[in-house]
Design a protein around this ligand. Structure first.
Ligand code: GDP
Ligand code: MN
Length: 381
């Protein structure tokens, strides 16, 4: 779950990470009042959950309260990268000497947290990593020891940070690491962390991703989720506790178990097809959940065939079959289904499906071949 910039900055503030003075506005009048209060140039920042707002026109520097009113009335209600802007963060403008990148995330290769810094902040870190990887400094963090002072100093030295800012940098690094671990975050990023013209380090932008699987430990964030940047499919999938990820192919997949879902996608690819999604309905899914999963798959206009692969353990094949029949009643579709059901209550499941005139298969191999063939047929017809 991604937090807004203003939410990330509330956390920074609690952790004593310096941020510019700022307040939220949802009307041009409020923007003007805040600008009057700050009595100087301010920056208007669209609170939308996308990166690169600056380039997309979502970050604007203004010189007067009346200009704040004028620009706010243009941005509020408009769309930045197709996401509607409902709120602006109005901040005192900062004079920038240098923009630094500073962040931490999970390194999936080593399985530990990696802390990253670069003297070339402000832009996409992925872009720096691609074009000039030598400009990125990294240290791995032992979870039992945490981020040590010497590690922050290694980063400070590698990015040529002026010596008089090292103490402040170390504090910011350790404070951010504390927030990251306390919140069960998977990413905490300050980009840019700026050196101001008065030689102070200030966090000018903030991005925090919370681990969805740990959200139950942070119930205060459960109702803070902003759905405006999520697709209806993602929202629906979460409602039914389905793991759904849309992909670019045309074979929709409904599978129980993440490993089996991966294997199903692999075999589709191996047989020359392309999966339209990853979808794990989990163990013990009932008919309602199966029907919801199929609705989500069928709402994707790219889907031309559906492959259902169920290995019944605690998931019962008859329940899955009922879910399939139910969703076929709900959504009137011409899209062909291939179903492979094995395991618990397999016979009952097959009997239920027999009435529905569906293509069935006994093995995953056979199911994948049929699904790929059907997806190709649709392509040529
Ligand atoms: P992003 O584009 O969504 O990452 O938004 P940021 O908050 O990182 O802002 C993008 C860029 O706008 C920054 O890298 C800065 O160059 C610039 N910017 C943001 N706030 C200020 C400010 O207070 N003063 C100045 N001069 N530039 C700012
Ligand atoms: Mn940024």
């Amino acid at each position: 779950m991604r937090l807004h910039e203003y939410q990330s900055k509330e956390i920074f503030h609690q952790q004593h990470i310096p941020i510019p003075r700022g307040r939220l506005a949802s009307t041009p009048e409020e923007a003007k009042l805040i600008a009057e209060e700050f009595n100087g140039p301010v920056v208007l920042k669209a609170q939308v959950l996308v990166g690169g707002r600056g380039k997309a026109g979502g970050i604007r520097l203004v010189k007067s309260p009346s200009e704040a009113h004028e620009v706010a009335s243009k941005i509020l209600g408009s769309r930045i990268k197709d996401i509607p802007v409902r709120r602006l963060l109005i901040e005192e403008a900062v004079n920038i000497q240098q923009e630094i990148y500073f962040g931490m995330t999970v390194d999936r290769k080593t399985g530990e947290t990696i802390v990253i810094a670069s003297a070339e902040g402000g832009v996409d870190i992925e872009e720096i990593a691609r074009k000039t990887p030598e400009k990125i400094a990294k240290v791995g963090i032992n979870p039992l020891l945490g981020l040590k002072g010497f590690q922050a100093r290694i980063l400070a030295a590698e990015i040529d940070l002026p010596r008089n800012l090292w103490r402040s940098f170390i504090e910011i690094a350790q404070n951010l690491y504390r927030a990251y671990t306390q919140l069960d975050a998977t990413l905490a990023e300050i980009n840019p962390l700026v050196i101001t013209s008065s030689n102070r380090l200030v966090a000018l932008d903030g991005k925090i991703l919370l681990d969805e699987n740990a959200l139950f430990r942070h119930p205060e964030y459960l109702d803070k989720r902003d759905l405006s940047a999520e697709t209806p499919e993602e929202i629906e999938a979460r409602k039914f506790c389905l793991s759904y990820i849309k992909l670019s192919g045309n074979i929709g997949c409904l599978v129980n178990g993440a490993g089996l879902a991966m294997a199903t996608m692999d075999i589709i690819q191996h047989k020359g097809g392309q999966a339209a999604n990853f979808l794990d309905i989990g163990g013990g899914a009932g008919a309602e959940k199966v029907a919801a999963a199929l609705r989500i798959i069928l709402s994707d206009p790219q889907v031309e065939t559906v492959l259902i692969n169920i290995f019944g353990g605690i998931t019962r094949c008859d329940e899955v079959a009922r879910g399939i029949i139910k969703s076929m009643e709900d959504v009137d579709t011409k899209i062909p289904f291939v179903v492979r059901l094995v395991g618990t209550n397999e016979e009952e499941g097959k009997q239920i499906l027999a009435s529905a005139n569906l293509e069935t298969a006994d093995t995953l191999q056979e199911a994948a071949e049929k699904a790929v063939a059907l997806s190709m047929e649709v392509l040529v017809s």
